[in-house]
Design a binder for this molecule. Structure first.
Ligand SMILES: [Zn+2]
Ligand SMILES: [Zn+2]
Length: 347
């Protein structure tokens, strides 16, 4: 009998389930065995029996949830094949944040790829997105509308550096999600030649130092905690987006607020945060990135989750691809998901 994709993976309210492999991918509820694409809190939750993920994802989960975040853990390297019951799984870089992976599940000659969150543009803080040919591709849809074109992150960093040069007496506060975006902004500043110490909000410290320990070049970092007001003039500080509106900003001289997010393409979002300097920098593929990636996988069937499913499902139809939305509740709680304002504060 011929295999159907649903014989390999089936969407359930708890997330995508592989019955023949005995596991779920990014489950939203506690399960016996979970494969985790990356450490953002909507994908990586505490309380599973066994967790398989990249070493970085396991480390980041441990940093956020503590030692006992899972019963047992198993680190999987990119490209390594692991057999789980009657399925074979491999992890491939997703280009989203440090340790992020697409998970390919194969059985009886059919391959389904669950890509988690991904972007197909360069990022100095993580391994580049790998194209994995497959029969069924499960894609996110965070920015799946033709209006979303993220443009070039380097030119956004230039805007920030220009502002710092223009206002040397002001402290620049950059709101960025604490896992991934903040470290990418710092690494891009270093690539652009910015060598001064960069300051960190307390909520950024653990994860940022972890990135540095994994060899990501972030230069000299200082905690804001303990720094005097005068010392902060003309400096750059990374903080969670929610901190931009808090009394915490009063410790800075003439704070100038920026926000690094794909949502900054939408003026109303920038206004909502009272952001002076919106920076369009996203860790998710934009419309062109999503559609180009879907086409390049060669998949004839596309499952869409996590955002603006309808437009992408429609686009697939115009290309003769079979497509369906996966209605899984609970994704998009962190980074640039449904709640752009949520900084994904640690539980
Ligand atoms: Zn994510
Ligand atoms: Zn996500």
């Amino acid at each position: 009998m011929e295999m159907r994709p649903e014989d390999i993976l089936v969407p359930t309210p708890a997330g995508v389930c592989c019955k023949r492999g005995g596991f779920h991918i990014d489950p939203t509820r506690p399960v016996a065995r979970a494969l985790i694409t990356h450490a953002h809190s909507d994908h990586a939750r505490a309380g599973h029996g066994a967790v398989l993920a990249t070493q970085e994802t396991l480390d980041l989960m441990r940093l956020r949830y503590g030692e006992n975040f899972a019963g047992t853990t198993q680190a999987v390297r990119y490209g390594e094949s692991v057999t789980l019951d009657r399925a074979t799984i491999t992890f491939h870089p997703a280009g989203h944040v440090l340790g992020s992976a697409q998970i390919a599940v194969a059985a009886d000659g059919l391959r389904v790829v669950a890509s988690g969150d991904y972007k197909n543009v360069g990022d100095p803080t993580c391994a580049p997105f790998e194209l994995v040919p497959c029969d069924v591709f499960i894609t996110e849809a965070t920015f799946a509308l033709p209006v979303f074109r993220h443009g070039d992150a380097d030119s956004e960093i230039s805007k920030l550096l220009h502002s710092v040069a223009l206002f040397p007496e002001r402290a620049h506060l950059v709101g960025a999600y604490s896992l991934g975006k903040a470290q990418r902004v710092i690494a891009l500043l270093r690539q652009a030649g910015y060598q001064a110490p960069i300051y960190l909000h307390g909520a950024m410290e653990k994860i940022t130092y972890y990135y540095a320990s994994r060899g990501v070049a972030l230069g000299e970092l200082h905690p804001v905690r303990g720094a005097g007001k005068a010392e902060l003039a003309g400096t750059i500080t990374l903080c969670p987006p929610s901190a931009l509106k808090e009394v915490w900003t009063r410790r800075f001289p003439e704070p100038l607020t920026a926000f690094a997010s794909g949502w900054m393409r939408v003026r109303a979002r920038a206004r909502q945060y009272g952001v002076e300097l919106p920076l369009v920098i996203s860790d998710h593929a934009d419309w062109n990135g999503l559609t180009a990636t879907i086409a390049a996988t060669g998949a004839e069937e596309i499952w869409v989750t996590h955002g603006q499913e309808d437009a992408l499902v429609h686009w697939c139809g115009t290309r003769g691809l079979k497509a369906r939305p996966l209605d899984i509740v609970g994704y998009g709680d962190e980074d640039e998901g449904a709640n752009a304002g949520d900084d994904g504060a640690d539980p």
